[in-house]
Each structure stands twice: as C-alpha cells, then as structure tokens.
Design a protein around this ligand. Structure first.
Ligand code: ADP
Ligand code: MG
Length: 651
C-alpha cells in the first residue's frame, strides 16, 4: 500500500493540523455497468460482465473461457442502478468535507461509450452527479451560511477542458492555454481561470449550459457525441468566520468527466481524430503511471508529465477525498477496454490520499487591494499564463488592475514574486502588528530574513502575553481566596488598599525586594507636613538610584518594588524609643524588639544592672558584639517594626 508522497506535503504552514500528518483517506472506487443501449454495436450480445453483489463483479477470462476474473471495489452499481443510487451511495457522502475546508473530487473513468457523461451529467430526465451535487451543495451552503450561523459561505464555479494537452477555459473560450500552478501549500491553481459566483442552481445553469456547448466534441463511430477532451468542473466553497478569530476556509470540488481511452482501430479515427486520440491516450497513460508510482511509493510521481495528471495532483495521492467511478459497458466489443478499465480501477483503490483542512485567517487588509490570481503573478508570468496563442497574437491585456497591490503595500518587495500563501500570512501578520499599535507596512518592506525574525518575535511575544495572562488570573484568584478567608485581618493591618489586579500595571518580572509597608505614623506625619519627603531607594540590577516621591501618593508606590530609606526624623524618634526600651523595659518588653530573644533580653537586663543605663543605642553593640552594619540593620528593622506596631495595635 502506497503512502501518498506528492509535492503537496512540502509546506502547509497555514493549514489546520500543520506539523501533524493528516489522517489518510483511500481513494474510493466504484464501478458502474451500464445497460445495453439501443443503436450500439453488439446490442443483442450476452453480457461479458456481471455483478456478484454490491461490491464485486466478474468478467470472462479471455485467456481461459472456463474461468472468470473477479474484482472487488468499494461499490458496484449494476445495469439497473439509477442515477440517484450512484449519487447517494458514492458522491453525496463526500460533499460535507467541502464545508470543513477540504477538497473532494469525483472522476468518471472508462472507455468511450461506457457511460461517463451519462453518470456525470446525465439528461434532464435523469440528471447525473453534477446537477445533483450542485443542487445539494448550494442547499447546504445556504443552510450553513444563514443568519446567526458562525460562517458566511460563498460558492464559485470554473469550468475547463483539457484538449490535446491544452487547458481551455470553457467559461471564457477566448482565453488561450492556461498554465497549471502549485502554491507552496500544495494547492493546484490555474491563474487566469474564470470563476463565477453562484448562489442558486439557476445561476449555475446559466453559466454551465452555454459553456458545455464550448466543449470540443466530435463524432466517432462509437459514440455520436463522444467527448474528445477531459472536462473539469471546479466548484469552490469559500467560508469566512463571522466572529474572531475570523478564520477562512476553502474547499474545492472537482467533478471530472474524463475522455475515454480510444482504440483507434475500433473508432475508425483518422487525421485530426487520430491525433486527438493520441493526446488523450497519452494523458490516460500518464494517469496510469501516476497511480502505479503512488502504489509503489516511488519518490517521483510523474504528475507533470501530462496536464491531466498535473491537475489531478490534488485529487490522486494529494489532498482530496476522491471517488473514481469506472464506467464499463456489457457488450463484448468493449471487452478489452472493460478489462483495462477494471484493472486501472483496481490499482487506483490502493492510492491513499491525505485530506487536510485548508484554513487561514481572513485578510481584511486585502479588501482594498483584492488580488486576483492574475494580479498575483508578475507581468511576465501573467503573459505566460495566457498561453502561447495569446502571446503570438498579442491579444490585449485583460482590464488592468486599478492599482498594483505591490505598489500599495511595499516599495521593496514585489508581491508578484511572492508565493500567495506566504503573502497571505505576511498580510495577516501585518494586520496583527498594525492592530497592536505598531506600524504594519514597514514589515512588508523588510528583507526576507528580517521578516522571518520579526515573525518569530511576534509569535514569541504572543506566547509571553498568554503566559502572563494566565499568571495574572492565578494571582487574582489567590487574592480573592485570601480576602475571603481573612477579611478582618486585612481590614485591621494592611495599610495598602487592594485594587483588582486587572487594573494594576503589574510588572511580572521578579521583584528585587518586597514592598515595604509604610508606617501609618509616617503617613500621618507627612500628611501634617505636606512638604516632608520620603526618600526611596530604587533598585535596578546592581545600581541604586535615588528618587523622591510626593507624599501625596504613598500607597500607590508602596506596591512597587521599592525600599524605604528612613528619614532622619523618624530615625531619631525610633532610636529614642529603642533607647527608652533598653533602659526601662523588662526582659519581656525587650523581647518585642526585632532580633532580641529570651537569652539576649536577659543579657541586656544584666548589663544594665551592672553598668547603669545605656547612653546610646550603639552601646548595645558592647553587650551583643554587633558590627556597625548589623547595628544599622537592627535599628532599621526595629524602627519600622515599632512604627508598624503602633499602627496595628499595642506592641
Ligand atoms: P461516455 O461519456 O463514456 O462516452 P456516454 O455517457 O455518452 O458515454 O454514454 C453512451 C450512451 O450510453 C449514451 O447514449 C447514454 O445515454 C447511454 N448510457 C450510458 N449509461 C447509461 C445508463 N446507465 N443507463 C442508460 N443509458 C446509458
Ligand atoms: Mg462522454
């Protein structure tokens, strides 16, 4: 079983689940046997193929008439099966993937005259897969995009044929051979292909019916209106989220009526018809090689060897939910074609696709400079895209874009040389930066490497913001919990009025020092003498910077990472209080001082009895053997402690 190894997997940055390998979806294969049709050769034959059950069939073995060849598929539809059976059984189930932003494709394969066009298009009496799918899809998009639903939906259609290895726009037959391109996300696109918006089935018919007349058809002996080309109807479903994060999704549905594999001896083709057959056979031959390469897991899959396979790169071993309907005929004259169609179908069912959701952010910035695929290409590429015929005839340029997007957005970087997916990401990033207050446009002017660095930085910043938000929430929860458990204590002791954390301008960097509680006494003193200043030491790394604050907003500042430098008045006052305590306090009173325990308190009392009263606080150093620094910190701690004691109650 082959894993799909297409170029489609190269860069899928803006796709959902990028980085993860999308789950596989095997190409589904159904076989449809048409009934005998009046007017075809061998109409009175006995059938050479017959169904066994809803999944399998058998065909006579031409090498050994005693034996039959048996095949099993995902579904087998016999002569009596209706258009509705095929549609409901094999096609309808994959339509929902379009609304998930995934691609889907339906391919009708088989020899000419076996019923491919009947299956895909049908007739007014027996409409086929195309009208049924369009009807349902439009209905689905109307429901999903209704008012009040999260997404708005729009549908567009394109219709093309591949005729003799040329891609022709059936909605605009004047356009020449179009080029098939692949963007960096592995999406196949055709620059310059007409896209018509459709909102109803009538809209669809208005575009589709005349375009079908443009199909290159000719008469052969096998089929009066044998399709000589591969016809591809492309229906795009575009979804935009109404609310943030304003995602955007695009799902593509390919409905493909392949031309049949011709046996020139039987069709009696000559001249041009023979040439057409050759081209058709080449395409289908490459299709077979592609399927084989996918099955064998070969590193190179020859998608580019024909236009058909290049276009189907999305659909075979690519990103689509695919269903192949192999049409076969019962007549003996079809025997060899039937066997080869069944063999191809059997090989196709081994192919594994990896569908993914094609999702990105909406580009509001693109609104004034909406880029068509033509505009995204440079002039040279656009010319190439129009094909050699147009280049030769020098047909006039399509109406010029009002203003080149690249001129508007960047003087340095040509948008035309940029991959559309990359452009899309850059623009959304640009919008993001713009909304955060930075000037968005310079980003588009920066060289590629710097742009990458910027993009990475923005990504990291966003992560950091998320992390900080989480932390803030945690802190808020903690504060609330604390308030709930001990409201009284907070009321009595905390001089800081807690404001909701959300309103603070919190620096979450690790604080250098805890906030120092401002003594009430000091606040009262400052209130009494408004000119008094509190000096605060601000710590920044190792450097210290002296700043002064107006006393009118002490609480505001206390919550920051500041350390108080005690004013001389407070220091003198405090020293006196400590001295009084040293001279008059009992051992118990002395223990209320910071850093004085039971043992030290008794030592002080003993020293006082022996030497008389302390003349200054520093005398304590003689009892304790304190250094100058230790003494300084002892004083600071106790002065603040005493002041705080006064604020909170008796010490
Ligand atoms: P293809 O596109 O493969 O060349 P067509 O779809 O044109 O073949 O079918 C050939 C003929 O057979 C048409 O006249 C078509 O109406 C008829 N036909 C094909 N399939 C069926 C079917 N399932 N039931 C009735 N008629 C069918
Ligand atoms: Mg046909």
């Amino acid at each position: 079983m082959a894993a799909a190894t297409s170029g489609a997997g190269r860069c899928r940055l803006s796709k959902v689940g990028a980085g993860r390998r999308p789950p596989p979806a095997r190409v589904r294969v159904a076989v449809r046997l048409r009934p005998f049709v009046d007017g075809t050769a061998g109409a009175n034959d006995t059938p050479c193929v017959r169904g066994l059950d809803s999944c399998s069939l058998e065909i006579a073995n031409w090498r050994n008439h005693q034996e039959t060849l048996k095949y099993q598929f995902d579904a087998f539809y016999g002569e009596r099966s209706s258009q509705q059976d095929i549609y409901a059984g094999s096609v309808q189930p994959i339509l929902r993937h379009l609304l998930e932003g995934q691609n889907a494709s339906v391919l009708a394969y088989g020899p000419t005259g076996a019923g491919k066009t009947h299956t895909m298009l049908g007739s007014p009496e027996q409409p086929g897969v195309i009208p049924r799918a369009l009807m349902d899809l439009l209905q689905l998009t109307r429901e999903e995009g209704a008012e009040g639903r999260p997404w708005t939906l729009s549908v567009t259609m394109s219709y093309l044929e591949i005729y003799q290895e040329k891609v022709l726009d059936l909605l605009d037959p004047t356009s020449g051979d179009l080029v098939i391109r692949e963007d960096c996300r592995g999406n196949i696109l055709i620059p310059g292909l007409t896209q018509k918006p459709i909102t109803s089935f009538t809209d669809f018919e208005q575009h589709f019916l005349p375009a079908s007349q443009n199909r290159t058809v000719g008469a052969t002996r096998l089929n009066q209106r044998s399709s000589r080309s591969h016809a591809v109807l492309l229906v795009k479903v575009d979804q935009r989220e109404r609310l943030a994060p304003f995602r955007q999704r695009e799902g593509k549905l390919y409905l493909i009526d392949l031309a049949g594999s011709e046996d020139n001896r039987r069709t009696g083709n000559k001249g041009l018809r023979l040439k057409e057959s050759g081209a058709i056979n080449t395409s289908l031959f490459v299709l077979g090689k592609v399927v084989d390469a996918l099955n064998q897991g070969l590193p190179r899959v020859p998608y580019r060897d024909s236009k058909l396979t290049r276009l189907l790169q999305d659909s075979l071993g690519g990103s689509a939910h695919s269903i192949l309907i192999a049409n076969i005929a019962p007549e003996r004259c079809f025997y060899l074609d039937t066997v080869s169609a069944l063999n191809f179908a059997a090989r196709s069912k081994e192919v594994i696709n990896r569908p993914f959701t094609n999702e990105s952010l909406q580009l509001h910035v693109l609104a004034p400079v909406k880029l068509s695929q033509k505009e995204l290409l440079g002039p040279a590429e656009a010319k190439r895209a129009r094909g050699p015929e147009e280049e030769e005839t020098g047909s006039p340029e399509p109406s010029a874009a009002p203003a080149s997007a690249s001129q508007k957005l960047s003087p340095l970087q040509k948008l035309s040389s940029m991959d559309p997916a990359m452009l899309e990401r850059l623009l959304s990033l640009d919008r993001l930066l713009g909304s955060q207050g930075s000037q968005g446009t310079p980003l588009l002017s920066t060289p590629r490497r710097e742009r990458m660095v910027l993009m990475k930085t923005v990504e990291e910043k966003n992560l950091e913001i998320e992390r900080l938000k989480m932390k803030q929430k945690e802190l808020e929860a903690k504060v609330l919990a604390q308030e709930a458990t001990d409201p009284k204590e907070k009321e009595n002791c905390s001089p800081i009025t807690h404001r909701p954390l959300g309103r603070r301008t919190v620096t979450v960097a690790k604080p250098l020092k805890k906030a120092v509680v401002m003594p009430l006494q000091l606040i009262q003193e400052q209130a009494a003498s408004p000119n008094a200043e509190i000096h605060i030491l601000k710590k920044k790394g190792r450097k210290r910077k002296l700043e002064s604050l107006d006393a009118s907003e002490p609480e505001e500042k206390a919550e920051d990472c500041w350390e108080l430098q005690i004013s001389p008045e407070l220091l003198a006052h405090g020293r006196q209080k400590i001295l009084d305590l040293l001279n008059e306090g009992s051992a118990r009173d002395l223990r209320s001082l910071q850093r004085i325990g039971q043992k030290k308190a008794q030592l002080i009392v003993g020293w006082r009895e022996l030497h008389g009263p302390f003349s200054q606080v520093e005398d304590l150093g003689r009892v304790e053997g304190m250094s100058g620094k230790q003494m300084e910190s002892f004083l600071k701690a106790n002065i603040l402690g005493l002041a705080a004691g006064q604020r909170c109650g008796p010490s």
